[in-house]
Every structure is written in structure tokens, then in C-alpha cells.
Design a protein around this ligand. Structure first.
Ligand SMILES: Cc1cc2nc3c(=O)[nH]c(=O)nc-3n(C[C@H](O)[C@H](O)[C@H](O)COP(=O)(O)OP(=O)(O)OC[C@H]3O[C@@H](n4cnc5c(N)ncnc54)[C@H](O)[C@@H]3O)c2cc1C
Length: 312
């Protein structure tokens, strides 16, 4: 990976351990680029790279990744609240804005919708990419347009929300799409009511999730709306099982927590393998990853019946 001197002058480039940039506190070395200038997008997109938000949905290998890992800097963290017209308002937000900041601004202005995502740790870009959601709504429910750079292109373009085949935890756009921001179209409501809803959702999360410990949220997608992965793992009697410092949470079985922050990616992978094998063997259920994996063993994504020949 090489950057031109102009690129290096305008953007921050540092050698880091990615563990410091993920909520799981796991991940080996990489080159971290903080992109400050839109003018440098084309140079960056011309070589292999990975996008990083708040690192709240990532499991990264202990050897790190060879490609530059790129965060969007301050110039991508703009937030504009539009005027109210006909009971609706437009909000334009950059991908680097923290989702909590967007929610707080909308609640204060009395713009309804985003408060339904209260307590989801994310940047706006990561929330768009994952179509982050709770049991009341998804990120893309409130979005009217997204600004993206599609794979193979270098110029940003705006896409109407209707063009995105979004689904549960999926924005529907190809892997490698860069989100630069979005526009939301929101109805107005009483700020006090919106605040109360957000507070209630955050309290519910605090009561049911191990928020004091390092994790990447739910490890697996729910196999079906009527079959939460956490309940399945709990029913298999796996709560509290651990490998090294990686433990299946005793609070929410779909979370793996890095109890002392000393767990390795290998520990987490071995635990995931144990869960997937038991779910398949004993319930005939195929658990697939919700957490995104970077440079992790392929076994996380292959069918458990193929795992017999794969060493850990
Ligand atoms: C305690 C806890 C609770 C959670 N609860 C929920 C929940 O209720 N609902 C839920 O949906 N999720 C939940 N999560 C998971 C996480 O919050 C979401 O997946 C969130 O959308 C991740 O956003 P991020 O900015 O951290 O993205 P990252 O984890 O940094 O990245 C996730 C993926 O998005 C890509 N990405 C990041 N930014 C961009 C960008 N600008 N353009 C293109 N791609 C990008 C990355 O390359 C990666 O593939 C939880 C996580 C934790 C730790």
C-alpha cells in the first residue's frame, strides 16, 4: 500500500492495534487511515481497503489485516436539521456522525423515528451498512436517500431509499459500498415523548444485555423472527461457557463477552464453533454470523456439517 505525499499530508496515517478500535477489544495490527478530504477518495478507492465505523459489529483476527483500515474523519461528520414543513422535516447527516448524536439532535428538535435506535452503538455509516435495528425499527426505515460510492466507482452518488433492497441487518447494496451519509425524512412529535421512548429502550437494553463488558453485540442473526438466537443458545445450556477470557454471556446468550479484555480472536472463534456445532447437531439450526469478521478462520462461515475436517 502506498499513498502519494499529498494524501499523506492531508490525512492521518498511523500503525495501530485494531483491538483499541473495536468494542470487542480484539484485533491485531493494521495501518489506520483517518480520511479527512473528499478529494482523496479516488486515490484510496484505487487500492484494497476496509471501512471502520465505531467497531461495534466487528471480530478482527489476531494477526490484524494487511489492507489499510479507513475511518471517515471530521469533515464527514456534518449534521444539518432542516426546517419543518407540513409537519415533516429533512435531516442530512454524514456517515462519521455518532448515531447517538443524531438521535439526541432529532429528539431535541422533536423529529420522530431515530429514537427507536437508542442504545445501538454505531456511526451513521455503520448503521446504514448494517441496517442496524431493534425490535421496533431499522435504520433504513427513516432514510429517504443515501450518499454512497459503489464498488468499482470513485464518484459519490445519491440513491433513493426505494432503490435499496434492504432487509434484516442488510442494506441490500453490494459488499464494499461506501456510505458517505444520508437524508432522513421525519415527522414531528413532542420531544418529551421521544426522549421518554429513547430512555425506555436504553433501560430495556441495560436490563437484558451485558453492557459493562466488551462485546460486539449479538453474534448470530436470529434464525427466524420467532426463534431468537439467544433463546436457542440458552436452551442448549451454553450460557456461561468460556474459552480463555471469551465467555457466552450469562445475561444474554447471543453475546460473547471479552470478560477481562484478554481474550483472543482464536478463543472467540473456538466458542462460536462450539455454539454452531451444537445448534446444528441438536436442533438442526444453522446459525449465521451477524458480527462481521475480518481475517478470521473461514470456519465461521461454513456449514457445521463440513467442520469435522477443519482444525481449530
Ligand atoms: C453492546 C452492543 C449492542 C448492540 N446492539 C445492537 C442492536 O440492538 N441492533 C443492531 O442492529 N446492532 C447492535 N449492535 C451491533 C452494532 O451496534 C451495529 O451493527 C452497528 O451498526 C455497527 O456500526 P459501527 O459504526 O460500529 O460499524 P463497524 O462495526 O465499524 O462496521 C460494521 C460494518 O460496516 C462497515 N462500515 C462501517 N462504516 C462504513 C461506511 N461509512 N461505509 C460502508 N461500510 C461501513 C464495516 O466495514 C463493517 O463491514 C450492538 C453492538 C454492541 C457492542
Amino acid at each position: 500500500m502506498t499513498f502519494t505525499p499529498d494524501f499523506e499530508r492531508r490525512n492521518r496515517i498511523e500503525q495501530v492495534r485494531l483491538a483499541a478500535f473495536t468494542t470487542m477489544r480484539i484485533g491485531g495490527p493494521a495501518t489506520l487511515v483517518t480520511l479527512e478530504s473528499r478529494a482523496d477518495l479516488a486515490e484510496l478507492l484505487g487500492q484494497p481497503h476496509r471501512w471502520l465505523g465505531r467497531g461495534a459489529n466487528l471480530l478482527i483476527g489476531d494477526d490484524g489485516v494487511p489492507e489499510p483500515v479507513v475511518r471517515l474523519g471530521e469533515s464527514f461528520a456534518t449534521l444539518e436539521l432542516g426546517e419543518v414543513s407540513g409537519g415533516r422535516a429533512r435531516v442530512r447527516v454524514g456517515a462519521a456522525v455518532d448515531l447517538a448524536e443524531l438521535i439526541a439532535a432529532c429528539v431535541k428538535a422533536g423529529f420522530a423515528g431515530p429514537e427507536g435506535l437508542a442504545g445501538v452503538p454505531a456511526t451513521v455509516g455503520g448503521a446504514l451498512r448494517m441496517n442496524a435495528g431493534t425490535n421496533t425499527c431499522w435504520m433504513l426505515d427513516w432514510v429517504s436517500r443515501v450518499e454512497v460510492v459503489l464498488p468499482g466507482e470513485t464518484e459519490p452518488r445519491w440513491l433513493e431509499r426505494a432503490a435499496l433492497p434492504a432487509a434484516y441487518r442488510s442494506c441490500g447494496l453490494p459488499h464494499g459500498t461506501l456510505f458517505l451519509g444520508c437524508e432522513l425524512e421525519l415527522a414531528t412529535a413532542d420531544p418529551a415523548l421521544l426522549k421518554a421512548t429513547g430512555t425506555r429502550l436504553k433501560q430495556a437494553k441495560a436490563a437484558t444485555q451485558p453492557l459493562a463488558l466488551a462485546s460486539a453485540g449479538c453474534v448470530f442473526k436470529n434464525p427466524a423472527p420467532t426463534m431468537p438466537a439467544g433463546k436457542l443458545i440458552d436452551d442448549l445450556g451454553l450460557k456461561g461457557e468460556h474459552i480463555g477470557a471469551a465467555e457466552i454471556s450469562t445475561v444474554h446468550a447471543n453475546f460473547i463477552v471479552n470478560r477481562t479484555r484478554a481474550a483472543t480472536c482464536a478463543d472467540v472463534v473456538a466458542l462460536i464453533r462450539r455454539i454452531r456445532e451444537r445448534a446444528w447437531r441438536e436442533r438442526g439450526v444453522l446459525l449465521t454470523m451477524e458480527v462481521e469478521t475480518w481475517n478470521c478462520p473461514v470456519e465461521l462461515h461454513i456449514h457445521p456439517r463440513e467442520l469435522a475436517g477443519v482444525g481449530v
